[in-house]
Design a protein around this ligand. Structure first.
Ligand SMILES: Nc1nc2c(ncn2[C@@H]2O[C@H](COP(=O)(O)OP(=O)(O)OP(=O)(O)O)[C@@H](O)[C@H]2O)c(=O)[nH]1
Length: 322
């Protein structure tokens, strides 16, 4: 039994449901529906890995079910195999044109059904792995910019709907070019991994999200967090990095690796553009660099290696992930 894989079987004949259930249940979790409406609801709620869909169904037929699955972004990725008594070449071609990944004709041959199901589940697993890899930065294993763009849109829309705050921070390693030049690129890569781990370990809520934006730059999204809270959290991160005490022989600002951070927060309104918030945080990062680096610049708030205590309490170091 592989409980991680779920198949939804849709057929209006109980005998067919029983047959397919008996065939597949030893290896997979099997859900059943005898009509299109129930099938759509189960697909949405249970997110099966594969749907075996009869074409001739009372009310909404299999083609209509497939079209509805494909039209919904929450279900359009689920592969569908038509399982039907319509056995002409035209029927099969039509089913595949509609977007089914395969077409199995009745009467069912159990060996063929099992083999095709196994093949499509394997392809689905590989597709998901590729999708996950496409969203991850290989060096730091943080989400990459592609994933950040998607999550930013989702969080922005959520903040608009719920009227809650959203803060963004842009984080940059100071004088990193000199670090690479003096310590070597491999050591530079190691530093980026330490910074990524410390960013992850410093974020406290499950909704906080960190990504590698590119090069030595990272972005953090902090949902339901006002700008002053975001500034405090980023200043704690800045100090956590400083206390790693990674020697930086070429830094203009410290003996150790340090960060500069720009923070911007807002309670987004429908007519506003999410990109402007990121732009504002980026401008403040620029300001932080011009102010001498190793500091966090937010909305009227500014910290640096020699003035942070004025603005933020000395929060305890906390590295649960390290
Ligand atoms: N080791 C390593 N270095 C990288 C990577 N991506 C970007 N870099 C380097 O990061 C450096 C960034 O340099 P700059 O943008 O000039 O900035 P900086 O030297 O950090 O100076 P400030 O930002 O002004 O403090 C460049 O030398 C890039 O080659 C990476 O994946 N690994």
């Amino acid at each position: 039994m592989n409980p991680t894989q779920t198949i939804l079987v849709v057929d209006d004949a109980e005998i067919n449901l029983h047959l397919l259930q008996g065939l597949l249940q030893p290896d997979y979790r099997v859900l059943t529906a005898d009509n299109g409406a129930d099938a759509l609801q189960l697909a949405l709620e249970q997110q099966p890995d594969l749907v075996l869909l009869d074409v001739i169904l009372p009310g909404m037929d299999g083609y209509a079910v497939l079209q509805r699955l494909q039209a919904d972004p929450r279900t359009k990725h689920i592969p569908v195999i038509f399982v039907t008594a319509l056995s002409s070449a035209e029927d099969e071609a039509r089913g595949l044109e509609f977007g089914a990944v395969d077409y199995i004709t009745k009467p069912l041959n159990p060996i063929i059904v099992k083999a095709r199901v196994a093949t499509h589940l394997k392809l689905e697993r590989q597709r998901r792995m590729l999708e996950a890899l496409a969203n991850i930065d290989g060096l730091t294993e943080l989400p990459n910019r592609r994933q950040l763009d998607k999550v930013f849109v989702t969080e922005w829309d959520h903040a608009v709907r719920s009227g809650s705050d959203l803060s963004v921070a842009v984080i940059d390693v100071d004088c990193f070019k000199q670090y690479n030049d003096l310590c070597g690129h491999a050591r530079g890569d190691w530093v980026l991994r330490q910074v990524a781990r410390t960013i992850s370990a410093s974020l406290l809520r499950s909704t906080d999200f960190a990504a590698r934006y590119g090069g030595e730059e990272f972005v953090v999204l902090l949902p339901a967090t006002p700008a002053d809270g975001a500034w405090l959290l980023m200043d704690t991160l800045r100090r956590n990095i400083e206390r790693l005490a990674i020697p930086h022989p070429g830094s203009d600002v410290s003996d150790f690796v340090t960060l500069s951070v720009g923070v911007a927060g807002s309670r987004p309104l429908p007519q506003q553009q999410s990109a402007l918030l990121l732009q504002k945080a980026d401008q403040r990062l620029y300001h932080a660099k011009r102010s001498g680096r190793n500091c966090v610049v937010g909305d009227g708030l500014h910290s640096s290696f020699n003035s942070s205590a004025v603005f933020s309490p000395d929060l305890p170091l906390d590295f649960p992930g390290l």
